[in-house]
Design a protein around this ligand. Sequence first.
Ligand SMILES: Nc1ncnc2c1ncn2[C@@H]1O[C@H](COP(=O)(O)OP(=O)(O)OP(=O)(O)O)[C@@H](O)[C@H]1O
Ligand SMILES: O=C(O)c1ccc[n+]([C@@H]2O[C@H](COP(=O)([O-])O)[C@@H](O)[C@H]2O)c1
Length: 202
Amino acid sequence: MTYALPPSHPGQVIGLLGGSFDPPHAGHLHISREALKRFGLDRLWWLVSPGNPLKSHGPAPLERRMRAARALVDHPRIDVTDFEAQAGTRYTAQTLRALIRARPGVRFVWLMGADNLAQFHLWQDWREIMNTVPVGVLARPGQRISARMSPAARVFDHARLGARQCHRLGQMNAPAWCFVNMPMMAISSTHLRQSGAWADTT
Ligand SMILES: Nc1ncnc2c1ncn2[C@@H]1O[C@H](COP(=O)(O)OP(=O)(O)OP(=O)(O)O)[C@@H](O)[C@H]1O
Ligand SMILES: O=C(O)c1ccc[n+]([C@@H]2O[C@H](COP(=O)([O-])O)[C@@H](O)[C@H]2O)c1
């Protein structure tokens, strides 16, 4: 199977930020820049999802979210892809299987905000994800405690790297994960949808 994917080569460390991006916002850019710096990533891909399997309401059409994401990204090491729509995957574990098959030798790192770590034990095959790729978690307002106390954090406590090791995350073999504290941005797609700002754009 061939896919239209951003350029990559074996040995490169690529962070994956999966999301609905409904709409994409400055918080996504902020955590992406932090992740590039703090986890020793060469590049970072935004995986714009056809739809979060745990959310009951569907997002705006994928083409619209892709367009908005591409328009927002202003960093030479960040790419935007609709790989999940191309591969027909919705669950992250499936997506990772397909990506690793499509790009053998690339060192992928899964990235997420702390709100997703708090819920991670509800994801399909979440233990497989932890055992397949290193995971970088970025602090999010109001979510630090629930993430750190979450079932996934507890089960994989032995695989958590200390703050000083996080810059080597991309070189580590799974299971390995890091939680980074950083200046946080209290911004969300939910807030932007509720404010009407996203409805006014096409
Ligand atoms: N302000 C933020 N701080 C930290 N992480 C964030 C922030 N905004 C988004 N993320 C993370 O980025 C990823 C994609 O997020 P998503 O596209 O769902 O945006 P969102 O703002 O969380 O959307 P919604 O409000 O609709 O749930 C998730 O892992 C999420 O935790
Ligand atoms: O695989 C799962 O079970 C799963 C459950 C919930 C969310 N995810 C993924 O987590 C990422 C963030 O989702 P969201 O909707 O919070 O932007 C996105 O890539 C989703 O596909 C994945």
